[in-house]
Ligand binder design. Structure first.
Ligand code: ADP
Ligand code: MG
Length: 654
């Protein structure tokens, strides 16, 4: 029998305007391939004269080409995707933004002219540039997989026309790749989330994919048509698409840069820097042009890094030494950035409105069922918030927005090669999901084999007085202790006002939706603080692994139970010891001497057992530990009574 694997895997390629990636579907899940820690290849090619190379020219692709693009503007080609399958006429609006020369080739097609330092030049088609990038990705995939790669699924924007799609196929062929399918980027994003990969897919499900990258924005509304049978795959229909090919994260960088430039100018001119800045972009050119190119470049890089920091933090401090004795220093807050970029975000929502209107007759009254965020700029918190508000659903962010498209292309590749059948594309949750509790034990919220969608909540509290933040470790697996489970992610709920241990009311909710995406949210009721996390639990998990985990949970069941029990006893006894110790300190002199000594001895004994249990849980018998705790609790009854009457008196007086 000729197994399809003989031809090697079908990799998935996201051939992006700015960045490209390659992924593969293996062992039940897609993953992005990398070599030497690098997975993202900037879609930039530099041409270099080299007599030893075929045709006298060699190419440098990716990071190096991007980093030195400003040094070699005439022979570094970026954004070739903007020219793919287009005539010079169609591409005219894009030309001012490209650093290189574009000329008319055969049939009016746009081509890049690469100009070398000696004045000689050569014309390259966008297909050739893309082929060079694809060849690089193919090489990356082959070295990551240790085998030959000859077939690929390549993604294109939903709005690409036939000529643009054909040009993409041609690029693949030039790179020695058999492009087995061209897939729309939004469709790939949906596949990455497992939408449409289940046999029980619901008819008429609609998905909006919001893709905000560096220089382009598009939004598509897709409708899923289920296969209606075993083995077959569902397909997606693009109901509508809208966007702006001149809108992206670069605009935000420009806003920040022009603000810095303006303020630095003011400082140099001896004025007070104006700290109150609205998004005035008109003077940008004037302000920026006052600086030499090297400074402008540095400012651009700097602006982008400040923007990215503000996706994580509430404020970023900026300090630039202008010249001796003169320092430009200020703090940029997230609020300030949000004010500045509000019109920019609203423009994207305008396009979302058009896409929804165009899809209206298919959408009915229900609106979209899911929203997927794609592209690096969707890490901006304001973008996430506003998109969620616009569509009225919490957008999917579980997968890295830079990788979603490549992952989905790999899923499509896996479906086509047969690798994706028999994988974990199920409607049951194969392994239990829970959180870490005190002492390294696991509290399971959703047990394995539950059917999706599933929801569970549980209340937790703090273990230490005055604790203002709580780490929530989300776990998957059947064992009782954290170290024997798989951590799906950790997040922190902070800003809780200091309270005694046990007083905060932390509600943790687990929701696995119909697509198998897990949304964890934590909410502290007294302070109203919230935090959350999204993950796709089945990613990175093979069927074999699930079976192994199940087997191990049986083998270790007894031991695990003991361990879990000891962990709980340690936690509870520690709280008791603390409480009793404090009361003994304050009211001990009210007990008679015999009772006091008795209590002190029992405290020492329990503390000793706990210390031993902490060092090695096997060294302590859980029943003995339990008994010691009970004995102490009984012996401290009198102390509790005194403490209660004291506190009542305190209230009455106070
Ligand atoms: P493209 O689709 O154009 O190839 P990407 O999807 O790779 O682009 O997105 C690149 C953009 O994402 C850049 O503008 C980059 O600054 C922005 N970006 C990346 N990480 C962050 C972040 N943490 N916060 C804000 N913007 C980010
Ligand atoms: Mg992109």
């Amino acid at each position: 029998m000729n197994a399809p694997e003989d031809k090697g895997p079908i990799v998935g390629i996201d051939l992006g305007t700015t960045n490209s990636l390659v992924a593969v579907f293996e062992g039940g899940a897609p993953r992005v391939l990398e070599t030497g820690g690098a997975s993202i290849v900037p879609s930039v090619v530099r041409y270099e004269q080299d007599p030893a190379a075929p045709g006298g020219v060699r190419t440098i692709v990716g990071d190096d080409a991007k980093a030195r693009a400003v040094e070699f503007p005439g022979r570094t080609i970026s954004s070739a995707k903007r020219l793919m399958g287009r005539s010079l006429n169609d591409a005219r609006a894009d030309l001012p933004y490209l650093g290189y020369e574009v000329v008319e080739g055969e049939h009016g097609q746009a081509r890049a002219r690469v100009v070398f330092e000696d004045g000689s030049s050569r014309e390259v088609t966008p297909q050739e540039v893309s082929a060079t990038i694809l060849r690089e990705l193919r090489g990356l995939a082959e070295s990551a997989l240790g085998r030959q790669v000859g077939r690929a699924v390549v993604t294109v924007p939903a709005y690409f026309d036939d000529a643009q799609r054909q040009a993409t196929r041609d690029a693949g062929r030039l790179a020695g790749l058999d492009v087995v399918r061209i897939v729309n980027e939004p469709t790939a994003a949906a596949l990455a989330y497992g939408i449409g990969t289940r046999a029980d897919a619901t008819s008429g499900e609609t998905v909006a994919v919001y893709d905000l990258g560096g220089g382009t924005f598009d939004v598509s509304v897709l409708r899923l048509t289920p296969s209606g049978g075993e083995g077959g795959t569902s397909f997606f229909q693009v109901l509508s698409t809208a966007g702006d090919t001149r809108l992206g994260g670069d605009d935000v960088d420009h806003l920040l840069v022009s603000m810095f430039a303006r303020e630095i100018r003011a400082l140099m001119d001896g004025e007070e820097p104006r700290l109150q800045v609205a998004g005035a972009t008109k003077e940008r050119g004037n302000d920026l042009s006052a600086f030499p190119p090297s400074t402008r470049r540095a400012l651009k890089v700097f602006g982008e890094s400040v923007k990215c920091r503000l996706s994580e933090d509430d404020a970023a401090s900026v300090r630039i030494e202008i010249n001796e004795g003169m320092v430009y220093e200020r703090v940029v807050t997230r609020d300030e950035l949000e004010t500045m970029i509000t019109p920019w975000v609203e423009r994207t929502l305008g396009a979302c409105g058009r896409a929804v209107r165009d899809a209206r007759e298919h959408l009915g009254s229900g609106g979209v069922d899911a929203v997927i965020l794609v592209g690096g700029s969707t890490r901006v918190p304001l973008v996430r918030r506003r998109v969620g508000e616009f569509f009225g659903v919490e957008p999917y962010t579980a997968l890295d927005p830079d990788r979603v498209v490549a992952l989905g292309a790999a899923v499509q590749g896996g479906i086509l090669s047969g690798e994706a059948t028999g994988s974990l594309l199920l409607d049951v949750i194969p392994l239990s999901l829970g959180v870490e509790t005190a002492g390294g034990a696991v509290a399971k919220l959703i047990v394995r084999n539950s059917t999706a969608p599933a929801r569970a909540t549980e209340m937790f509290s703090t273990g230490v007085d005055g604790q203002t933040s709580i780490k929530i470790n989300v776990l998957q697996g059947e064992r009782e202790m954290v170290e024997d489970c798989r951590s799906l992610g950790v997040f922190e709920l902070s800003g809780i006002p200091p309270m005694p241990a046990g007083i905060p009311q932390l509600e943790v909710e687990f929701l696995v939706d119909a697509n198998g995406v897990l949304l964890v949210s934590a909410h502290e009721r007294r302070s109203g603080k919230r935090a959350g996390l999204q993950v796709v639990p089945n990613h990175g998990l093979t069927r074999d692994e699930v079976e192994r985990i199940e087997r191990e949970s049986f083998t270790h069941a007894r031991e695990d139970m003991t361990r879990h029990r000891i962990a709980d006893l340690i936690t509870n006894s520690s709280l008791d010891l603390k409480w009793i110790g404090e009361r003994l300190e304050r009211f001990g002199d009210r007990l008679d001497a015999g009772a006091r000594e008795d209590l002190v001895a029992q405290i020492a004994s329990l503390r000793g057992m706990i210390d031993r249990a902490r060092a090695d849980w096997r060294s302590v018998e859980p029943n003995a530990l339990h008994a010691a705790k009970e004995t102490l609790d009984r012996a401290s009854v009198r102390l509790q009574e005194i403490s209660i009457s004291e506190s009542l008196r305190g209230d009455a007086e106070g």
